[in-house]
Design a protein around this ligand. Structure first.
Ligand code: P71
Length: 461
């Protein structure tokens, strides 16, 4: 017999969310320049802008907050946090930071080198920004099946292409490659997982040439769950054993605790290399705070210590990944084109397939973000022409990205499946009416193209 399961928690406290009228939302959209980042959160009904820092904490985490030791140096909370990180990641040295990008910054200072290559599956924006500032060359070597929104099934669309990696080493020489960074799960192409075999093989290849491997591990537990579900030989392996094996192949890991830490703020860097740790300590003191708090309050380290344990719970992960799949399945029922299989933290809708009448220069995925908010008060985010578009450094001609998607990010333990139904239904209705939409014109962008999506302004065409 097979039984249904539901959310592995019950709700003890609720937060009101406000419905608005379509007329109100049209006004808010004009005020926000048709940019979802510029909307007020209180004007949003279901907020799927990001899964970052938006988790609901458990009763255990809220009670841990009260144990926060706010001593400047050597507080009890640091030691509890450190022990929890070591238990899940298995690396000996831990430097807390105020959030993930601060760990990225420290990591980039250590591993990104002027004129040298940093290989990744798909580098996340914050590392890429750091690399660019340091004059390093960040290259994305995700496998071809993961590089675009084609709907061919592959269980691990976040994998690094070993042939591309080998070719670069052969072509440029190992002395010109400073690091390999594997982002688990791979955010930019749909929250797609990386297999254990790929992590192992990348690490073996890198080791052969003395190139260090780093894991950007914001969504490490979701990745571990996919390994358990999809990879031969891991079905009966406990999640923590999987996470420890994943990190056994890297020298250093960076973490944004705002995702799989199940907390609202925080980050860290953890490493097996003592010298790297010592550099991290120095950089933390200058930029973050003393070594044993690194920009975090003692109470936040307490909540994180608990969150890292909770996120490794198989029941939680099953619920989490299946909620994302549930939304994906509902959307498919309505014919909405999505990236498949669905990943760990959200559903990515294919903007080009949704609005085939629009050119990429008319921002189809952003148009869909606008339509979804206008019709249903649901806020998603564009990961396409605006967020990933760039400009030729010489001619200033726009360069359009391969990926053209709208990400519906699902916050952890926050929304129920009824909210997923509302989102799917709304997109289904918009899809029926899709040929009546025209695109957008970008009328305002800041000086730094890679950051323009935060502040951009659009007009309806
Ligand atoms: C997401 C975010 C948050 C975000 C950040 C920048 C632009 C837009 C949205 C943040 C990540 C991430 C990975 C893999 C490091 C960070 C930075 N993601 N690595 O997806 O996904 O962490 O936000 O704690 O500084 O919405 P941080």
């Amino acid at each position: 017999m097979k039984f249904l399961t539901a959310e592995p928690f019950r709700i003890k406290m609720v937060e009101r969310i406000r419905k608005t009228t379509k007329e109100e939302r049209q006004k808010y959209l004009i005020e926000a320049g048709y940019n979802a980042f510029r909307l007020k959160a209180e004007d949003v009904y279901i907020d799927c802008l990001t899964d970052s820092g938006t988790s609901a904490m458990s009763n255990e985490q809220w009670s841990a907050l009260m144990l926060g030791d706010e001593s400047y140096a050597g507080c009890k909370s640091f030691y509890r946090f450190e022990e929890s990180v070591k238990n899940v990641f298995g690396l000996p040295y831990v430097q807390p930071t105020h959030q993930g990008r601060a760990a990225d910054y420290i990591m980039a200072q250590v591993y990104a080198k002027r004129g040298m290559y940093a290989i990744g599956n798909m580098h996340f924006d914050t590392f890429r920004g750091n690399a660019e500032m340091l004059g390093a060359l960040a290259v994305d070597y995700v496998i071809d099946d993961g590089a675009n929104a084609n709907d061919k099934y592959h269980p691990f669309k976040g994998n690094i292409d070993l042939n591309k990696m080998q070719s670069l080493i052969d072509e440029k020489g190992k002395e010109n490659i400073s690091v390999v960074i594997i982002t688990v799960t791979c955010n930019n192409n749909g929250g797609q997982p990386v297999s254990m075999q790929n992590i192992r093989e990348v690490s073996t290849l890198a080791k052969k040439y003395d190139i260090p491997v780093v894991l950007d591990s914001a969504r490490f537990a979701e990745n571990a769950y996919f390994i358990q579900q999809r990879e031969e030989g891991y079905q009966n392996t406990p999640i923590k054993q999987i996470t420890r094996e994943m990190f056994s192949y890297c020298e250093t890991a960076t973490m944004s605790s705002k995702k799989d830490g199940l907390v609202n703020i925080g980050g860290f860097l953890t490493t097996r290399n003592k010298e790297v740790f010592e550099i991290a300590n120095q950089l933390a003191i200058v930029h973050e705070g003393y070594i044993t708090y690194g920009g975090m309050a003692g109470r936040d380290m307490e909540a994180l210590a608990v969150g890292l344990q909770e996120v490794c719970d198989k029941d939680y992960l099953e619920y989490r990944v299946n909620q994302v799949k549930y939304l994906g399945d509902r959307l498919k029922m309505y014919g909405v084109p999505i990236i498949e299989p669905t990943g760990g933290h959200g559903v990515y809708v294919d903007g080009r397939k949704f609005f085939p009448q629009m050119l990429q220069s008319e921002f189809p995925s952003q148009r869909l973000v606008v339509a979804l908010y206008e019709e249903a008060g649901v806020r998603a985010v564009e990961l396409g022409a605006c967020a990933f578009g760039s400009k030729d450094p010489v001619t200033k001609e726009p360069i359009w990205p391969e990926l053209e998607t709208m990400r519906i990010a699902i916050s952890r333990r926050v929304y129920t499946d009824s909210h997923m139904d509302v989102i799917a239904n709304a997109l289904g209705e918009i899809y029926k009416n899709r040929l009546n939409y025209r695109g957008l014109k970008l009328v305002h962008e800041g000086k730094i193209t890679s950051l323009r999506h935060f502040t951009a302004g659009f007009e309806l065409l």
